[in-house]
Design a protein around this ligand. Structure first.
Ligand SMILES: [Zn+2]
Length: 264
């Protein structure tokens, strides 16, 4: 029995999931991403047979997951067995497969993990980018909810329900504030898989910022390695967009995640 909480949208959403099945609901979500975020989004992932741990009559069993399966729901115990370091996640994307933790996920989780399936595949080999990528994924998820489900978008932004409140807070807010000065399309180009490598994409990203009136925006990946990446990004934004102004915007989650004011 799914814990529906007191959100009416959640009730309706799980009725749809039950009636249509997860794979179909995933197809619809991927379609929404193409409509609202990137019409050319492609998934670079090729799934292989992988062994997962499942619960069978109370005991732990190893099962091969068919490569056709793109999405699967696991119990909390199964989630812990398979992903001990992420046991409390609501969902997880790995090797082209979306794993959802039963009773703890909702539409927001599905959107977040679905956005991952279109990301630049190089992210998988760059652990130093993990939080940057997660924050960007969450920010794009917010954009999708804003376009597609106003109720979910507001609940996400305001943290109304535990199963859809926004994650990777610092990065998500920074990207929101960033898009009050520069267009969202810059971040999309950086994120989505296409023919370009990460290095090429990042150079284009910096170039576009410079051409857009901020010629001194520095490369956050060079120099001062001891300073966390999010702080370097914050410093560059403050330096170029105005310290007090950017900080105030970034600190106000109402304003920085108000997508009616971001530059597309
Ligand atoms: Zn993620």
């Amino acid at each position: 029995m799914i814990n529906l909480g007191d959100c009416d949208t959640r009730r309706g959403f799980f009725e749809t999931v039950r009636a249509n099945g997860l794979e179909n609901v995933l197809d619809r979500t991927l379609e929404r991403i193409r409509i609202h975020l990137n019409p050319d989004a492609i998934s670079p992932y090729i799934r292989s047979h992988r062994l997962i741990q499942t619960e069978n009559n109370g005991s732990r069993t190893s099962t091969f997951l068919n490569p056709d399966r793109r999405i699967i729901e696991l119990s909390s115990l199964e989630f812990q067995w398979n992903f001990p370091r992420n046991a409390l996640n609501r969902g997880l994307f790995q090797g082209g497969v979306i794993f959802l933790r039963r009773d703890h996920w909702c539409k927001k989780t599905l959107c977040h993990e679905s956005v991952h399936s279109f990301q630049n595949i190089e992210f998988d080999t760059k652990p130093e980018l993990r939080l940057f990528v997660e924050g960007l994924t969450e920010f794009l998820t917010g954009c999708l909810l804003y376009e597609d489900c106003n109720y979910c978008y507001n609940a996400w932004k305001q943290g109304t329900y535990s199963y859809c409140t926004f994650t990777y807070v610092q990065w998500t807010r920074m990207f929101g504030a960033f898009c009050h000065y520069l267009p969202l399309s810059l971040l999309k180009t950086l994120y989505f898989q296409d023919g370009q490598s990460w290095d090429e994409k990042y150079n284009v990203f910096l170039d576009e910022i410079h051409k857009s009136g901020f010629p001194k925006f520095g490369d956050i990946f060079t120099g001062k390695k001891k300073i966390p990446l999010e702080l370097r990004f914050l410093q560059e934004c403050e330096k170029n967009f105005g310290k007090g102004q950017f900080r105030n915007l970034y600190r106000s989650k109402v304003r920085c995640l108000d997508f009616s004011n971001i530059i597309k």
